[in-house]
Design a protein around this ligand. Structure first.
Ligand code: NAD
Length: 300
């Protein structure tokens, strides 16, 4: 099990589970002990791949404490008769609020102002910020999180453009927005915010070709998955963009030189994958995941 809330642990125990809480468990220890468990709860840190699944002779449920299942070999698990569950709705509000916070951080240069004042510099007049009001927001992926971001952005007076592989035009038009193709969105948006799952189609969706479609001075926000953006391509375009705000990176935590180059770039702000890290989201994940684990256990 990875780091989870007390509420979740208590709730599992109340439902009769014997819980071994082992946050930060190294992969080697997971491999040597996974056969002892019927339910494995994890977050995004460890790869739950074929090797882990095959060693889990007694596994019945794989439970992702959160949303993203891109670190799980779901197909292999299902073939082995193991249920895979997650908590898909629980963190949408928290991630959407962070996406808006990151837009404001870039537009009002909050990081630079706060840092300079703490360093003893009264930096008023150093920069002029920009307002979200009246700007075009391009939302890529209009699911649970993207649609919320669009609603919040609407309240800020932004114009909404959406790209999604599903037809979401009716819902988007209720916001006074338009569903459009990717190229038009990238050509026109002042801020582009990414809310797609990581799939073979979205891997490096933002690459040299698509980043070239973004206007000079446009802002890119990513709270989805790091691999949706090609880091090399972003490094090529970062200087001409108006700012980049990332909650997720291609490598977390950053180790390689190119990832560090991006993190340290003055035009880039990075938060350490904290989209769902709120008291409320953790509580909701606990409720939703316990319910889904119980359903899976009863169903199997
Ligand atoms: P969702 O499944 O509700 O919505 C995803 C949307 O993307 C859907 O509307 C889908 O049709 C669309 N989509 C899928 N493939 C597409 C493609 N190739 N092109 C265009 N649109 C496509 O997902 P969600 O709950 O809104 O989550 C979105 C992302 O947020 C996921 O990547 C998830 O991993 C990430 N996330 C990040 C954090 C964090 O801590 N930063 C927390 C939770 C979720």
């Amino acid at each position: 099990m990875d780091r989870v809330s007390e509420k979740f642990l208590d709730s599992l125990k109340r439902h009769g589970f014997e819980v071994h809480y082992r946050p930060g468990l190294p992969r080697e220890e997971l491999l040597s002990s996974v056969e002892n468990y019927n339910v494995l709860v994890f977050r995004g840190r460890l790869k739950i791949d074929r090797e882990v699944i095959d060693r889990g002779a007694n596994l019945r449920v794989l439970a992702r404490y959160g949303i993203g299942l891109d670190n799980v070999d779901v197909e292999h698990a299902v073939k082995r008769g193991i249920a895979v569950v997650n908590a898909p709705s629980a963190s949408a509000i928290s991630v959407a609020e962070l996406a808006i916070a990151l837009m404001l951080t870039v537009y009002r240069r909050l990081y630079e102002f706060i840092h300079s004042v703490k360093c003893g510099e009264w930096s008023k007049g150093k920069y002029l910020g920009r307002e979200l009001h009246g700007k075009k927001l391009g939302v890529i992926g209009f699911g649970r999180i993207g649609s919320r971001v669009a609603h919040y952005a609407k309240a800020f007076g932004m114009d909404i453009m959406v790209y999604d592989i599903r037809d979401v035009s009716e819902e988007v038009s209720k916001l006074g927005g338009v569903q459009t193709d990717l190229e038009k969105l990238l050509n026109e948006a002042d801020i582009v915010t990414l809310h797609v799952p990581l799939t073979p189609l979205t891997w490096h969706m933002m690459n040299d070709k698509t980043l070239s479609m973004m206007r000079d001075g446009a802002v890119l926000v990513n709270t989805s998955r790091g691999e949706v953006i090609d880091t090399d391509a972003l490094l090529k375009h970062v200087d001409r963009l108006g700012g980049v705000a990332l909650d997720v990176l291609e490598q977390e935590p950053p180790k390689d030189e190119k990832i560090w180059k991006l993190v340290k770039h003055p035009n880039v702000v990075v938060t350490p994958h904290i989209g769902a890290e709120t008291v409320e989201a953790m509580d909701r994940i606990a409720d939703e995941l316990v319910k889904n684990i119980l359903e899976a256990v009863n169903w199997l």
